[in-house]
Each structure stands twice: as structure tokens, then as C-alpha cells.
Ligand binder design. Sequence first.
Ligand code: SF4
Length: 93
Amino acid sequence: MHLYVRVAPSADSTWNVPVSRVRIRIDRIACDGRGLCAEILPELITLDDWGFPIVSEAVVPEEIVDVAEDAVEVCPKLALWLEAVTTGGKEKG
Ligand code: SF4
């Protein structure tokens, strides 16, 4: 598996950090609610009544991590990112 994530949405984010388990995060301020992400990843992203995404807190299943990466990459507002899931230790993202 070749998983690489953007660790945080800030301007000084570190890209391309290899991790093993991730979840999707969203910047609700940046999101414009067109719902492209939900079309790509309906397993983990649904839309509310106003068309804004509701993002699952679940760990992204390994078999759809590539799809989650696609959802992050196509977001026109850069409002999505994948966050490393810590397991109680000092796991770095
Ligand atoms: S693709 Fe990005 S801007 Fe569009 S609804 Fe999803 S998070 Fe919001």
C-alpha cells in the first residue's frame, strides 16, 4: 500500500508522510458544499440537507484508502485532508 497524507490543512503542512491508518478531516469554513467528495466517497461522506458534507469519524478501510485520497485531491477548496490515526501511543502523522 502506498498511502501518503497531508498531515494538517495549514500553509506549512507536511505532505507525503507515510502512515498506516487514517481518517478524513474537513475544514468546514473552507468547504463550499458542492458535494463532489460525497460523490467520490459515499462510504464515508454523506451530505446534509443543505448539501454540506458529513464526514465519518471512522478509520478509512484499507480497501478504499486510494479512493479517500482521490476525494482529498479533487476537493476544489482544499477543505479535506487525511489525518493519521493515533492508537494511544506517540504515533506520528
Ligand atoms: S469536495 Fe470539498 S468543497 Fe466540495 S463539498 Fe467536499 S469538502 Fe466541500
